[in-house]
Design a protein around this ligand. Structure first.
Ligand SMILES: O=C(O)CCC(=O)C(=O)O
Ligand SMILES: [Fe+2]
Length: 338
């Protein structure tokens, strides 16, 4: 349940609008013709910063199990959910700076060796979010176990995406990008979002589920149940709705990848609108680099741009610390532009 105080419903109400469907490109990650798939991936990242991934290798039964276990958790009484500290439960507050949504969620820091509740309520840049709560002797949790297994499978897929991307961009070695999200200290997270149906006594048709933003990490890999709500901003700024797809995953370019590619790839602005009578459940893996990683346009790509870097160098920790003070919709990269 999402418990809103007086006046908060007005803050998350949205004007009625029905954006057209987004023209989402599909990339088959298991295509026998890798060069074709790599070109399609690069074109999609340049154009929208967003694509649908098929041939992803994540077992459908694992995805279904993770989603069903999450849905069962969200159906528990509120007090039980709030007591589940090891799962990083939160509701309505997105980040620490006043952004509200019709949402409840679980947020776990994931390392190659396991998952633990994140010590912050945000996947947005915030220094504290990097540090997962100590998981050395966690309380047994079947839900966390299945989410951990799911996160490992999606991380492997994200690595496949980043390897194909490196190939498409002509970068070497093959794991130049993938290794940023596979190190023991990589700052990766799994977020499970639940958008309950619209409240009955609500005079508004549409509510903000998750307000507009870009994801700060390198890459985000999202899947949702069959309920619509995700929208992406096109280059002209207009919103377009993403038709739900129960089998495929959606991949977002994050701010960090925009920087690494010197702006060639676009960190896609997106939001979730709650418009329905049925719950939406989405699970998103965020692939972020280690805190001390120095981030700047890759030299190979700079050469193509005549050596002109659009961004100053910064570490992931610096980016998160600076982003801590921002509201959700802010352009967090602007202060790092040259
Ligand atoms: O729940 C969704 O479908 C997307 C949410 C999102 O953009 C995020 O958690 O960063
Ligand atoms: Fe996002």
């Amino acid at each position: 349940m999402v418990v809103l105080a007086k006046g908060e419903l007005d803050q998350i109400a949205l004007p009625a609008a029905h954006p057209p469907p987004a023209d989402v490109r599909t990339v088959d990650l298991s295509s026998p013709d890798r060069a074709v798939a790599a070109r399609a991936l690069v074109a999609a990242c340049e154009e929208h910063g967003f694509f649908r991934a098929t041939g992803h290798g994540v077992p459908p039964a694992l995805t279904r199990a993770a989603e069903a276990a999450s849905a069962a958790f969200f159906a528990l009484p509120q007090a039980e959910k709030e007591a589940a500290l090891q799962l990083g439960y939160g509701s309505k507050c997105i980040g620490g700076n006043g952004d509200l949504g019709w949402i409840e969620y679980l947020l776990l820091g994931v390392t190659p060796s396991g998952a633990a509740a994140a010590s912050s309520s945000s996947t947005l840049p915030c220094a504290a979010a990097a540090a997962a709560v100590d998981s050395s002797s966690p309380t047994p949790s079947p839900l966390r176990d299945v989410l951990e297994e799911y996160a490992a499978a999606v991380r492997a897929m994200a690595c496949g995406v980043l390897e194909l991307m490196a190939e498409g961009l002509g970068l070497g070695p093959a794991d130049l990008l993938a290794r940023l999200v596979t190190r023991a200290d990589s700052d990766c997270m799994l977020r499970v979002n639940h958008y309950p149906p619209r409240p009955d006594n609500n005079s508004f048709n549409l509510l903000t589920g998750f307000g507009e933003h870009t994801d700060p990490q390198i890459i985000s890999v999202l899947r949702s149940n069959g309920i619509s709500g995700l929208e992406i901003a096109r280059r002209d700024g207009a919103w377009a709705s993403v038709p739900p797809d129960g089998d495929a995953f959606f991949v977002n370019v994050g701010d960090t990848l925009q920087v690494l590619t010197n702006g060639r790839f676009r960190s896609v602005r997106h939001r979730v609108v709650v418009n329905g009578e049925r719950s939406r459940v989405s699970m998103i893996f965020f692939g972020g680099p280690p805190p001390g990683e120095r981030l700047a346009p890759l030299p190979e790509l700079l050469r193509e741009d005549g050596g002109r870097s659009r961004y100053k160098e910064f570490t992931w920790k610096e980016f998160k610390t600076s982003g801590c003070r921002t509201r959700l919709a802010e352009d967090r990269l602007s202060r790092f532009e040259n």
